[in-house]
Design a protein around this ligand. Structure first.
Ligand SMILES: [Zn+2]
Length: 273
């Protein structure tokens, strides 16, 4: 008799625990489904990032869903330089170079030319296509009474190495990381980036110039985008740089401008396939 009671109790307990287990897995699935639905219908949702969205959401409940999607899409849920890969240079003028995508030490673009000194400070090199786009932009700006010139264009790996080292000494590590790329991680090494300033205006004041306002509004028409916009450091990993323009061609520059995206977001959603 005792044995029968014992068996019945054991059996009952097994059933109860199985049921509890089943209920809890069901609950996890439900929660996952609920969380999936939060992200699913949002713009720029990428299905392969769902687990990372949910994880970020659980650890940063204060961040908006749109921002979580943007942050994860550009890999900012990982630390800069943490999960790096070689930049896909097969993308040509659309190659993404940032703190997660680097260029080889020996990489230098082909077909570079020297920018006519009328448009640049000292001898600066860039790609022919970029040079032509810049000159068109320059001439149209001039018609509006605006002038600017190139202060930095192509920079080799070694030049960037020296520059970064100099910043480290002058500013220390934290500030340097906000304003400068480590060697191999600079867009300037691709020949596709131009730093543009107005004459006699220091870098720090460029953002209040008419030239900056003009470039911000019009540069996309010539294939350039403001690469490190104000208020987007949490995605670009760089402080606002009103002088730094990246050439990506007119068609894509127009889309980046109209959708108000950083190139990192645009690349993740439209080009990374
Ligand atoms: Zn720059």
């Amino acid at each position: 008799m005792k044995k029968k009671i014992f068996l019945a109790t054991t059996f009952f307990l097994i059933i109860v625990s199985l049921f509890t287990y089943y209920k809890s897995t069901l609950k996890i699935k439900e929660t996952f489904k609920e969380q999936e639905n939060i992200f699913l219908k949002k713009q720029y949702y990428l299905p392969q990032n769902l687990d990372r969205y949910i994880h970020y959401y659980s650890t940063h409940p204060e961040v908006s869903i749109e921002d979580i999607i943007a942050i994860v899409n550009v890999n900012k849920d990982k630390r800069p330089y943490q999960d790096i890969k070689k930049a896909n240079i097969n993308k040509g003028i659309l190659t993404l170079i940032n703190k997660y995508n680097y260029l080889d030490e020996n990489y230098a673009p082909k077909d570079m030319i020297i920018i006519d000194p009328a448009y640049a400070y000292a001898q600066k090199q860039t790609l022919k296509e970029v040079n032509e786009a810049f000159i068109n932009m320059y001439n149209d700006a001039l018609k509006d009474g605006i002038s600017f010139y190139v202060v930095s264009a192509y920079r080799s790996y070694n030049y960037q190495k020296q520059l970064y080292a100099k910043y480290l000494i002058n500013y220390g590590e934290i500030y340097t990381e906000d304003i400068s790329a480590r060697p191999g991680y600079s867009e300037h090494q691709s020949g596709l980036a131009l730093d543009i300033l107005s004459e006699k205006v220091p870098m720090a004041k460029f953002q209040i110039t008419k030239a900056y306002k003009w470039l911000k509004k019009n540069s996309y028409k010539y294939g350039f985008i403001l690469r490190y916009p104000e208020g987007k450091s949490y995605l670009t990993c760089y402080n606002f740089e009103p002088w730094h323009y990246r050439y990506i061609g007119v068609k894509d520059a127009q889309k980046v401008y109209e959708e108000n995206l950083t190139f990192d977001e645009y690349y993740a959603y439209y080009l990374d396939n």
